[in-house]
Design a protein. Structure first.
Lengths: 114, 112
């Protein structure tokens, strides 16, 4: 059974720091991995999608990497800002089953203080 | 933003009553999902659909049923609401071949 773990569960950093959020998964047989952001009381916003054949994806100050064989992904946020404060979730889409399901980690709650 | 609309956004209902939540999409995506999000449990899949009239169970499907009579609409029904079904419910969509998934804004359901 695929399990997704995110470390750390919470993180508090001063504005301007570069930071790394970690996501690990137990079964390397995945189609892709997706990172989301969730603000309190809101829905999930898609940040980056990495296909299993890719090593990384970039969008602005965000860079996500994928090491499928070791079951790990990282989300790198450069020059963090208070507006980056949110919960970050990673989700994998397993190859097994073929129904396009997403399995989520519990998330990392990020606070960036001025 | 992806065209996903959930209704209602908030609902309070009494134990034992049936409740239906609606998800409407304008993206013509094949796959639609219902998740629930609870503190300490994260996001868990309730049911999903891979086409009109094609649905299947997720990991927490007991007490829930779904229907999809049109590509754009996916309904989640709580047959007889219980307090354990108090949660935030999210609808999601994705296209063929493992494309990016998009989520609605959620429905906060309280069962009293």
């Amino acid at each position: 059974k695929q399990e997704v773990t995110q470390i750390p569960a919470a993180l508090s950093v001063p504005e301007g720091e570069n930071l790394v959020l970690n996501c690990s998964f137990t079964d390397s047989a995945i189609y892709n991995l997706q990172w989301f952001r969730q603000d309190p009381g809101k829905g999930l916003t898609s940040l980056l999608l990495i296909q299993s054949s890719q090593r990384e994806q970039t969008s602005g100050r965000l860079n996500a990497s994928l090491d499928k064989s070791s079951g790990r992904s990282t989300l790198y946020i450069a020059a963090s800002q208070p507006g980056d404060s949110a919960t970050y979730l990673c989700a994998v889409r397993p190859e097994a089953g073929g129904y396009n399901k997403l399995i989520f980690g519990a998330g990392t709650r990020l606070a960036v203080h001025p | 933003d992806a065209g996903i609309t959930q209704s209602p956004r908030h609902k309070v209902t009494e134990t034992g009553t049936p409740v239906t939540l609606r998800c409407h999409q304008t993206e013509n995506h094949r796959y639609m999902y219902w998740y629930r999000q609870d503190p300490g449990h994260g996001l868990r899949l309730i049911h999903y659909s891979y086409g009109v009239k094609d649905t299947d169970k997720g990991e927490v499907s007991d007490g829930y049923s779904v229907s999809r009579s049109k590509t754009e609409d996916f309904l989640l029904t709580l047959e007889s609401a219980t307090s354990s079904q108090t949660s935030v419910y999210f609808c999601a969509i994705s296209g063929q071949g493992g494309t990016e998934a998009f989520f609605g804004q959620g429905t906060r359901l309280t069962v009293v």
